[in-house]
Design a protein. Structure first.
Length: 222
């Protein structure tokens, strides 16, 4: 995850996003690379966010309508295969500039949050013989007739965690926000909300002592 993506997401008002939109945007930021762009597959996002394909598409449409992301889709000029979708985050778009992805979905709204320095990253993944990447660091899975085809590759790394960090919880605002949302849902009655968290978010909940003894026991993971 890039520092710009982290700072940008932490500044977006919570009331602007639904729970599913936040989770999707969190993992898009997690996959963002300043020099190569953001190319997670839909299958990867579904697995990370723990949501259905329909919920994912609704969340992506909502984020695009709010001007927080833009999607670029294209085909390889030689093989005519669908290339992996590139997700452009609002801070990459340039202030006052409307996104213009070739997505066929109409003209997205202009980005409304403060979008950083306005510089647009230029991804340049090497695609080998076609749309398939031959390099491990450049995510470009074979999409074939469906972008949901499993690729067997993880397209981005987990957030870096400092093993020597003192107890007291994470300082990453994205981890803190995700933990707070999950705890709120857990207290509203969804018993598996905490079990669905990624290990580093569960570590934050544990280290920051965010649950009561009874809640820790009921969660089944602390």
């Amino acid at each position: 995850m890039s520092h710009k993506a982290t700072n940008w997401l932490s500044g977006i008002p919570a009331k602007l996003l639904s729970s599913s939109e936040f989770r999707v945007l969190f993992y898009l930021c997690d996959c963002h690379n300043p020099s190569q762009g953001c190319f997670p597959t839909q299958a990867y996002l579904i697995d990370c966010c723990g949501i259905s394909n329909g919920t994912l598409n609704n969340a992506l449409n909502g984020l695009e309508a709010k001007g927080l992301i833009a999607r670029h889709q294209e085909r390889d000029g030689r093989t005519r295969r669908q290339k992996p979708t590139r997700y452009v985050l609002a801070f990459e778009m340039g202030e006052g500039r409307a996104p213009s992805p070739a997505s066929g979905g109409g003209t997205p709204a202009k980005p409304s949050p403060k979008t950083g320095d306005g510089k647009r990253g230029k991804p340049s993944p090497k695609s080998g013989a076609g749309a398939v990447s031959s390099l491990r660091g450049d995510p470009s899975p074979v999409s074939g007739g469906s972008r949901l085809q499993p690729t067997g590759e993880v397209t981005c790394n987990e957030p870096v965690i400092n093993p020597g960090r003192a107890r007291g919880g994470s300082k990453n605002p994205l981890v803190v926000a995700e933990a707070e949302r999950a705890i709120r849902v857990f207290r509203e009655g969804r018993q598996d909300a905490l079990r669905e968290l990624k290990p580093w978010v569960q570590d934050h909940v544990r280290n920051a002592d965010l649950l009561t003894p009874d809640e820790r026991q009921r969660s089944g993971i602390f």
